[in-house]
Design a protein around this ligand. Structure first.
Ligand code: G3P
Length: 218
């Protein structure tokens, strides 16, 4: 399986509204043979992106509800019907209580959504590994959005997290994120045993996202 690169659009001005689709088209034009790419746009752009861009689209979050009287909730079933292939859960900017996270992973599994459960520490990665998600994304919050990559700041913790997750949930792969912005960051992540990266601002805020990604993924 190819390493997975998940580009989280978050809610940056450069990756929201009409600009989300423009950015997605630029990313989709970077044909990578080495990596599997997935985009996580703002929810309001999700359906349109699923219908116009030939890349996996992930929800940035879903709620642990089944269809019913749940005002304002985003169900796994809904995002799956819109065309999403997966969901990021428990991102440090959208944390979930563990029991809610457990229910959400189960709902996503029922609707065949790939689950990417974020963990802010090695300790949390060990805990969420019990849910056996498809991926765990190790992202130390203090490095998110910054210029220091988790791969250069915490190589030993990444290697430990790879081993810990593998021991607790052999089928769960590890992604790493926070400050990832160069080809070396991606290569280092893979050398440390990760199965890909999660990144946001380096792509979203790049002067030329297409050129930036082409360089990162070559
Ligand atoms: O979901 C990935 C994101 O939290 C990483 O952010 O801007 O450090 O790449 P960034």
């Amino acid at each position: 399986m190819k390493p997975l690169i998940v580009i989280n659009f978050k809610t940056y001005p450069e990756s929201s509204g009409k600009k989300a689709l423009l950015l997605a088209r630029r990313i989709a034009s970077v044909k990578s043979k080495k990596y599997d790419l997935a985009l996580a746009p703002p929810l309001l752009e999700l359906e349109h992106m699923c219908n116009t861009v030939n890349l996996k689209v992930f929800a940035q979050h879903v709620d642990a509800q089944t269809p019913g009287a749940h005002t304002g909730q985003i169900t796994a079933q809904d995002v799956r019907k819109l065309g999403a292939r997966g969901a990021i859960l428990n991102h440090s900017e959208r944390k979930l209580p563990f029991l809610m996270l457990e229910r959400t992973v189960k709902e996503c599994r029922k609707d065949k959504l790939i689950t990417v459960v974020c963990a802010a520490s090695l300790k949390e990665a060990k805990k969420v590994a019990r849910l056996q998600p498809d991926y765990i994304a190790y992202e130390p919050p203090e490095l998110i959005g910054g210029e220091t990559s988790v791969t250069s700041a915490e190589p030993d913790i990444i290697a430990k997290t790879v081993r810990s997750v593998r021991r607790r949930s052999p089928h769960t792969k590890l992604l790493v994120g926070a400050g990832v912005q160069t080809r070396e960051d991606v290569i280092t992540a893979l050398k440390l045993g990760a199965s890909g990266v999660l990144l946001a601002h380096a792509v979203v805020k790049a002067k030329d996202p297409k050129k930036f990604l082409r360089e990162m993924l070559k």
